[in-house]
Design a protein around this ligand. Structure first.
Ligand code: NAD
Length: 318
């Protein structure tokens, strides 16, 4: 049986699948050629990340497909219900990237409180005399320890972020439309652990009391999670991180809030316009950007490949 991994798959995933007798093709086929390629090669499993779109038309054009697999969490690029209605199984790897995304949140938070994105752009060249001036400009950094982190969306990634925040000595407030409370286990290198229960709170309280706010919600069917009204309720000088989905923050309201210093900095891995962020976002000195790389670590990609392979083997060989 043939598998097309159109957006790539880890070596560990390929090895598991090949050992189980599957042929794995990792050629990157252009979106408009995918249907032809699948039909010409009688592909049974199509694996994608976020780049390849698997819409109704593609599903209709490919009767050989038995499984569509998404390496990662968000299924917005796949017409899931339609595929299921055509007896195609749709799988993803929800837990494999949580730790990597959570670490990227802290990369943005630490960068924000110590001005790293801006200082990188402004370091002096040899002979430049502005060093003292720069030192002064970047001298008012703050610590994360002791501050309050508001986590909007308290699912897998939100809870992974909470663990790291607690480890740093931060206070955590979480808000979720569905989750009422979660048990967080902090595990230490010496195998000791501490178990804490965190109850979620109303969004309004989170917005009012957080020094930093991070979003971990799925793409919303309608409306922004954070728009002008929400910014107005927040503390002055709050820091915002979004490593979830573009479109959950109103970027026009964000830029306005940054300009009036309501928001002190924003760290964004995802944007309303992907892959190219709006120029106002791109050029803002208080915004630190990363190109949707939350899950792009060696460890997460390894777990994603392995998890996909195990599911395929279990579905097609039992
Ligand atoms: P999850 O389903 O475990 O958790 C999401 C939580 O958000 C749920 O508990 C849900 O009840 C809650 N929620 C939904 N709408 C809400 C709202 N309006 N207000 C408050 N809570 C709300 O998902 P997860 O695995 O934690 O992933 C979270 C997000 O991270 C997803 O959008 C996913 O696509 C994204 N993600 C991004 C990257 C990246 O590369 N940056 C990688 C992986 C996942």
């Amino acid at each position: 049986m043939k598998i097309l991994a159109n957006d790539g798959i880890s070596k560990s995933g390929i090895a598991l699948l090949e050992n189980a007798g599957f042929e794995v093709i990792t050629t990157k086929v252009a979106q408009e050629q995918v249907a032809n390629f699948i039909n010409n090669n009688q592909i049974a499993v199509l694996l994608v990340r976020s780049a390849t779109k698997v819409r109704k038309e593609l599903i209709d054009a490919c009767p050989s497909l038995k499984i569509i697999g998404r390496g990662g969490v968000g299924m917005d690029n796949i017409d899931v219900d339609y595929a299921i209605s055509k007896d195609i199984q749709v799988i993803n790897t929800p837990a494999s990237s949580s730790n990597s995304v959570a670490e990227l949140v802290f990369a943005h938070l630490f960068s924000g409180v110590r001005f790293l994105n801006d200082s990188n752009r402004n370091m002096p060249l040899e002979g430049d005399t502005k060093f003292d001036q720069l030192k002064k400009a970047y001298a008012n950094g703050i610590e994360l320890r002791g501050k309050t982190l508001g986590i909007i969306g308290f699912g897998r990634i939100g809870q992974a972020v909470a663990k790291m925040a607690l480890g740093l000595g931060m206070k955590v407030i979480a808000s979720d439309t569905f989750v009422g409370k979660a048990t967080i286990t902090l595990e230490f290198y010496n195998h000791q652990s501490i178990v804490l229960e965190i109850e979620t709170e109303p969004m309004e309280d989170l917005l009012k009391h957080s020094d930093f706010i991070t979003l971990h919600v799925p793409a919303q069917k309608e409306g922004y999670v954070i728009g002008k009204n929400e910014f107005d309720v927040m503390k002055d000088g709050v820091g915002i991180v979004n490593c979830s989905r573009g479109g959950v923050i109103d970027e026009v309201a964000l830029i306005e809030a940054l300009d009036r210093k309501k928001v002190f900095f924003a760290g964004l891995d995802v944007f309303e316009n992907e892959p190219t962020p709006a120029v106002q976002v791109l050029m803002h000195p208080q915004v630190s950007l990363s190109p949707h790389i939350g899950a792009a670590t060696v460890e997460a990609q390894d777990r994603i490949g392995t998890e996909l392979a195990e599911q395929i083997i279990s579905l097609l060989q039992h």
